[in-house]
Design a protein around this ligand. Sequence first.
Ligand code: NAD
Length: 365
Amino acid sequence: MDKMRVGVIGCGNISDIYFKNLTTRFDITCVQACSDIDMERAKKSAEKYGVPQVQTVDELLVNPEVDIVLNITIPAGHYDICKKALEAGKHVYVEKPLSVTVEQAEELVAIAEEKGLYIGCAPDTFLGGGLQTCRELLDSGVIGTPVAATAFFGHHGPERFHPDPAFLYKEGAGPMLDIGPYFLTALVSMLGPAKSVCGMATSGFDKRIITFDCPKKGETFPVETPSHVTGTVTFENGAVATVMTSFDIWGHSLPFIEVYGTKGTLRMPNPDTFGGPVFLLKEGETEFTEIPVSYPYSENSRGVGLADMAACILRGTRQKASGKMALHVLEILKGILDSSKTQAYIQLKTTCEQPEAFTDKSIRL
Ligand SMILES: NC(=O)c1ccc[n+]([C@@H]2O[C@H](COP(=O)([O-])OP(=O)(O)OC[C@H]3O[C@@H](n4cnc5c(N)ncnc54)[C@H](O)[C@@H]3O)[C@@H](O)[C@H]2O)c1
């Protein structure tokens, strides 16, 4: 099989799983080069995963042996690097969020379209076995027409497990932009695009202390974006979702995502993971039944959206984890944050097509 050659920019915390999956999990990808502002990190990753070339960012962007640039730098680095990569004629796949602003994300999608290049964006967990099983159930009509949904995420902040978490409390991050993409991408992939949003937000703490056992343990940094954000999203199909994302909560007993239909309820797994469990309750029943996960990629399959994009590039077909959907999701998330400041409902300007579901249960990318 032809392999698409990936150039990885950003060899930080999340890069290990990408290197592992792109080099061993997917047949359609290999990693040709890697780069980081800190070249020592790039060298270490190259040694660990047998990557042929370690290059500066500028070198990697014009490397003729790189087909797809994978941008897994911090959110503030997403726009510049993606733009340069597209301008250099490379297809791009980027970690979420697509950019820090909707305008920048729009520009990236427009450049890709103009140049006939693919731009894809994480999260790709909606392509995991758990959420694809949910998608099949929803499409089968077993819960009838979706009327409403809930999406709840809350813990007490990434400073408990991330070695360098300050960026997660700056503009462009916070729980809604850092974790919200998993929840809203899952909902958009299930229900289709949204049309309007409103939101409210607060912060429980002005400063956070790194408690994770790492070199920066004990360091304090400021909270620069709301750390508890709630919103309501109206979808084009009429369904209404209630969303909460928080870095201020020690514990809660809320489900991750539920979709309430005219004939039943679907309880979905954590959309920040690829597996189950999936639960279904049908009209008249009093208890949920667990439904077996029936699609592949239910272990940590980060990069499956990139692998699908690579296959689509080779076949000239439509990718699933598209930049257009990521742009729409970003506008939803930003809209919730903006509405929390202006106290106004926001009509969304962007839209996207619902991604196709996997139809082949034995798919191997
Ligand atoms: N850490 C996670 O669990 C996780 C999970 C899912 C998604 N993500 C997303 O992945 C991205 C990266 O997160 P992370 O946790 O790996 O961050 P990180 O800070 O651990 O790693 C980012 C890496 O990018 C490098 N970098 C930053 N700016 C650069 C630039 N301009 N040019 C070249 N290299 C640059 C840094 O030196 C660092 O090695 C973020 O968008 C984040 O939202 C992270």
